[in-house]
Structure formats: structure tokens, C-alpha cells
Design a protein around this ligand. Structure first.
Ligand code: TXA
Ligand code: MG
Length: 347
């Protein structure tokens, strides 16, 4: 159900009081708190069950607020914010002195973005109009509104299912139009070196290059797992509890057949029609377009996770640039999901 009038005011009052509010962004739902208030930020970590040394993204009402949060801002940061904000790009910059360590996981950098969802922007603007939290910093810290390591929520009902009563208010903005988390770009090396892409997303390296004239350096999972810490870059993340296996399209029918012969209930996620669909325990066929696929992916994984299947079998994606971001999420989901070896013990 869409949010009622007056809910933005309630949300602002809760944020000002150091409480949590979940809200939609164009990527996924966020679990928000006053980013300048260490006690409020602490509530986010408690609600998510997330380790306190993992940094959070701070959401701002506009790029005009950047200087409150970042220092030594390179020219490329202004070029990128001009081109992509509001939108699904997070910039990692050196943090300003006023930024509490609670929100940066103790690091000297801070993740910042201006989200494009109308409800998120309305919330951020109303919050700024009402004082903008401690010190008038006007930033809302918000990780994805799921339990640590689990699938990000793309609908308000997912947030309630993940976090229950830990969050007093969930602003309902319907289904998130992008569906996977923002692109994260590390600009802490300044203008002299190419930025580093820490997490792929809707904003692609090629789009970034058209603005700043150079392709970002793609950071491997292993590198990104070090410092600075990017929890979305952990090999196991965005995961269902049911074991998840990626299978090459040309082997899908054969693998399903042999799994089903051993009595396994297979829930299948594909993007092309499945010839022998009737034999599967559950089936979701997503659009064969990467953007439409991304929009539907997390809701589909949640649904299949709840079908009491023994295994979620996912048709592997084409190895082309357009599919990189969703393929990244699926690989992490496969790593973090339940163990296939537990088949038999689970019934
Ligand atoms: O689309 C999104 O980015 C969503 C919406 C709610 O904005 N947020 C999101 O937040 O995905 P979260 O916390 O689930 O993931 C944020 C990622 C984490 O992997 C975190 O480690 C990384 O951003 N991050 C934040 N600050 C950082 C920093 N200073 N250095 C390196 N990574 C940072
Ligand atoms: Mg997350």
C-alpha cells in the first residue's frame, strides 16, 4: 500500500529523534537513521545484525551538501554527481572532520549518494527543512533494509519480513525501479588516478568513462574484501537460505533432469522458456533484458526461497557487459546460500 500523506512528517520526526525509518530508493529499500548521530547509526547495526566496522552509505538531498560530508573533493566527483545524481551511483570520498566514525566503520572515507526515488528525495528535503538531524548535517545513513548477508528488499513487504518490529515506520513507494544496489566508485585517490569500481550496478564503467574520460579500474572481489571494506563485495552476500546453484543455459535441462531423478525439489529461475517446465517444483521466468531482469530478481529469489525447494537452480547469464551487475549479485547469492550438502537433513 502506498504511503499515506503525513507519513513523511512522521518519518522526519522519528529521524530527528534518533529512530529508524525504512524508505524506498530507486535501487532497493534502505534502513535510515540520522547519519550524524552515532547512537542512531548504532540502531541500524543492531537491527540488521551487521558488524559495526562495515561502513554505511549516507544519502543526501542534493550535491550541494557534499562539502559537509567530504573533504578534498576531486573535480571528477563534481562531474560525476552532476551527470548521475540523483541516481544509483555511490561515491567514496575522504570524509569531512564532522563525520562520525560510526557511519564510516572507522575509515577515513565516506560513501555518499543522492537517491532518485521521489519518496526518498521528499524525505531528504523535508528532513533538511526540519533541521536535518544533529549539527544540521542533513544526511540519512541507510544500508539496504535486510538482515546482514541476505537479499536486499525491493518492496515494502520485504522490509517488514526482514526486520519486523525493529523498524517503526516503513515508507511504501512500491517496487524499486532499478532493483539492485547502486554502483560504488572509490574516488579517494583524487583526480590523478582512475577511480576504482568497488561494486557494479546500473551505472556502468562505460557510462562513467563518457563523463570523466577514463574507465574505472575494476576491483576484484578479493581486493575489495580488504580495506576499504565493502560488505556488498563479500563473496557470500545477497543470499537466500535455500542452496542456489548457477547452471549454464545449455546444461539446464540435463542438470534439472538428473537432480529431479534424485528426488530433489528444484525451484528454477530462468530467462528463457523452459521446455520441460511441468517437472519443476517452482518456476520463475524473468525477462531476457538485463534492466528488467534486475528489477524483478530479488523479489523472485525471495519467492523461490519460500517454496520449500531443496535447491534453487538459476540459468546462468550471458557474459556480456550489460549483465555484469546482475551476474555479480547471483554469484554472491550462490556463495552465501544454504549448503547443498545439507540435502536430506533439511526435511
Ligand atoms: O543502492 C544502494 O546503495 C542501497 C540504497 C539503500 O542506497 N544501499 C546499500 O547499502 O546497498 P549497503 O550498506 O547494503 O551497502 C553499501 C556498501 C557496503 O558494501 C559498504 O561497505 C560500502 O557501501 N561502503 C560504504 N562506505 C564505504 C567506504 N567508506 N568505503 C568503502 N565502501 C563503503
Ligand atoms: Mg546491503
Amino acid at each position: 500500500m502506498p504511503s499515506e500523506p503525513g507519513e513523511i512528517d512522521r518519518a522526519v520526526a522519528l529521524l530527528q529523534a534518533g529512530e529508524l525509518v525504512a524508505f524506498p530508493t530507486e535501487t532497493v529499500y534502505g534502513l535510515g537513521a540520522d547519519a550524524a548521530n552515532p547512537a542512531a547509526v548504532g540502531r541500524i547495526f543492531a537491527a540488521k545484525g551487521r558488524p559495526a566496522d562495515h561502513p554505511l552509505i549516507v544519502h543526501l538531498p542534493a550535491d550541494g551538501y557534499l562539502e559537509r560530508w567530504a573533504r578534498e573533493i576531486p573535480a571528477i566527483a563534481w562531474e560525476l554527481s552532476e551527470a548521475f545524481w540523483p541516481g544509483p551511483l555511490t561515491l567514496i570520498l575522504k570524509r569531512a572532520p564532522a563525520v562520525p566514525g560510526a557511519v564510516t566503520g572507522g575509515q577515513d572515507s565516506v560513501g555518499l549518494r543522492v537517491p532518485a526515488h521521489p519518496l526518498a528525495l521528499a524525505l531528504l528535503q523535508a528532513y533538511a527543512g526540519a533541521g536535518g538531524g544533529l549539527g544540521g548535517m542533513c544526511g540519512i545513513a541507510a544500508p539496504s533494509a535486510n538482515r546482514f548477508g541476505r537479499i536486499s528488499p525491493t518492496e515494502a513487504t520485504h522490509v517488514r519480513a526482514e526486520l519486523g518490529e525493529a523498524v517503526q515506520l516503513i515508507l511504501d513507494g512500491g517496487r524499486c525501479p532499478v532493483g539492485i544496489e547502486s554502483t560504488i566508485l572509490d574516488l579517494t585517490a583524487g583526480d590523478a588516478r582512475p577511480p576504482r569500481l568497488l561494486r557494479p550496478g546500473r551505472v556502468t564503467p562505460e557510462q562513467i568513462a563518457t563523463v570523466i574520460g577514463v574507465l574505472p579500474e575494476i576491483v576484484s572481489r578479493e581486493q575489495a574484501d580488504g580495506t576499504p571494506r565493502v560488505s556488498g563485495s563479500l563473496a557470500a552476500h545477497y543470499a537466500p537460505t535455500t542452496p542456489l546453484r548457477l547452471v549454464a543455459p545449455e546444461r539446464l535441462a540435463e542438470v534439472l533432469d538428473s537432480l529431479q531423478q534424485t528426488g530433489r525439489r528444484c525451484a528454477v529461475l530462468c530467462y528463457r522458456p523452459l521446455p520441460d517446465a511441468g517437472a519443476t517444483h517452482a518456476l520463475r521466468c524473468l525477462p531476457a533484458d538485463p534492466r528488467a531482469y534486475a528489477r524483478a530478481l530479488y523479489a523472485a529469489l525471495r519467492e523461490l526461497d519460500q517454496t520449500a525447494a531443496d535447491l534453487i537452480v538459476v540459468e546462468d547469464l550471458p557474459a556480456t557487459p550489460a549483465w555484469v551487475a546482475v551476474a555479480d549479485r547471483l554469484r554472491r547469492a550462490a556463495c552465501g546460500s544454504g549448503r547443498e550438502a545439507d540435502f536430506g537433513k533439511r526435511r
